[in-house]
Design a protein around this ligand. Structure first.
Ligand SMILES: [Zn+2]
Length: 305
């Protein structure tokens, strides 16, 4: 179709039979660590090492990437627009191509970061799938990915790459690694390693994988737990000064920070609604009313409780 968006992808067709793993980066155009990480995987892996097929897409959302922004010019968030439509706006068409590609995979990994406005404690996440078998595979994939935090959240969120995989019954995880619009070498390496470890776990490559050190596993069934933009909204537009750091453990009621107007005559304190760990933190100081300042996740919540 003339109007469809062609995703630039690298396909490695293995010499031996095996599953089809899809790995994507750049669903948001300003999230950089995934992009070189995926290119390094392509450079590192030859067909003779692979059992099955790897489809690698370093930058899904090229229209947003060209603008150096999270979203393309139509201002739609690609991760809220899936499955998109073939005759829609640029983001809707990109979502359509991405969704079609996801449906061809047996397993899926989608790599993100906090982008330009926030940073995220490195974690791997998945939807709490009603199918126990799929959920268990996702748990194993997240664990193999070897980031210190694992976050399972309710499956009801719509429009995402992971919701397409969810609805198609394809085991899928996503990952987050810091942000601030930079590209840290540590993040690129963590992502390359994480993907190789998942490939090894799925039998796609042969690789020694030491048991990872996982600090927290949190599964949260509350409907909007995984919707990070809804957490701890700014009470007014203004200047956010955090009083906490990423990964800090907080008690309910602890100060998260303040939002001030220009002269400092109106200063609003924001407090943590729960005991928990600071999983994401806004780093761009200028905020609009309602912007999420931080995500606090209760790490004492018992598994499946
Ligand atoms: Zn993202």
């Amino acid at each position: 179709m003339a109007n469809s968006v062609e995703l630039q992808k690298i396909v490695i067709e293995g010499a031996a039979a095996g599953p089809h793993l899809l790995i994507t980066g750049g669903v948001h155009g300003d999230e950089y660590e995934p992009m070189p990480a995926i290119r390094r995987l392509a450079a590192e892996l030859g067909a003779d090492q692979v059992s099955g097929r790897l489809t690698l897409v370093p930058v899904v959302n090229e229209a947003a990437y060209a603008l150096k922004q999270r979203c393309a010019a139509d201002d739609l968030d690609l991760a809220r627009t899936c499955p998109g439509k073939v005759d829609g706006s640029i983001t809707e068409r990109t979502a359509h191509s991405l969704s079609e590609l996801i449906e061809t995979a047996d397993y899926y990994i989608d790599l993100h970061t906090g982008g330009q406005i926030c940073q995220v404690l490195p974690f791997s996440g998945y939807a709490l799938h009603a199918d126990a078998k799929i959920l268990e595979v996702q748990r194993q994939m997240a664990r193999a990915f070897s980031l210190p935090f694992i976050w399972g959240t309710a499956a009801g969120l719509k429009g995402r790459s992971l919701s397409v995989a969810h609805d198609a019954g394809i085991p899928a995880i996503y990952a987050e690694y810091l942000g601030n619009g930079v590209c840290s070498e540590a993040g690129v390496r963590a992502y390359t390693e994480g993907c190789l470890n998942v490939m090894s776990m799925l039998g796609i490559i042969d690789r020694l994988h030491l048991d990872p050190y996982i600090e927290y596993v949190v599964e949260d069934e509350r409907p909007n737990a995984g919707h990070m933009q809804l957490h701890n909204p700014a009470p007014i537009a203004g200047f956010f000064e955090p009083a906490v750091t990423l990964g800090q453990l907080l008690r309910e009621g602890a100060e998260l920070g303040t939002v001030s107007d220009v002269t400092g005559s109106d200063v609003r304190q924001v407090t943590s609604p729960d005991n928990g760990i600071v999983l994401t933190l806004r780093t761009r100081p200028r905020v609009e009313e309602g912007d999420s300042l931080a995500v606090i996740v209760d790490v004492e919540r018992p598994l499946n409780g």
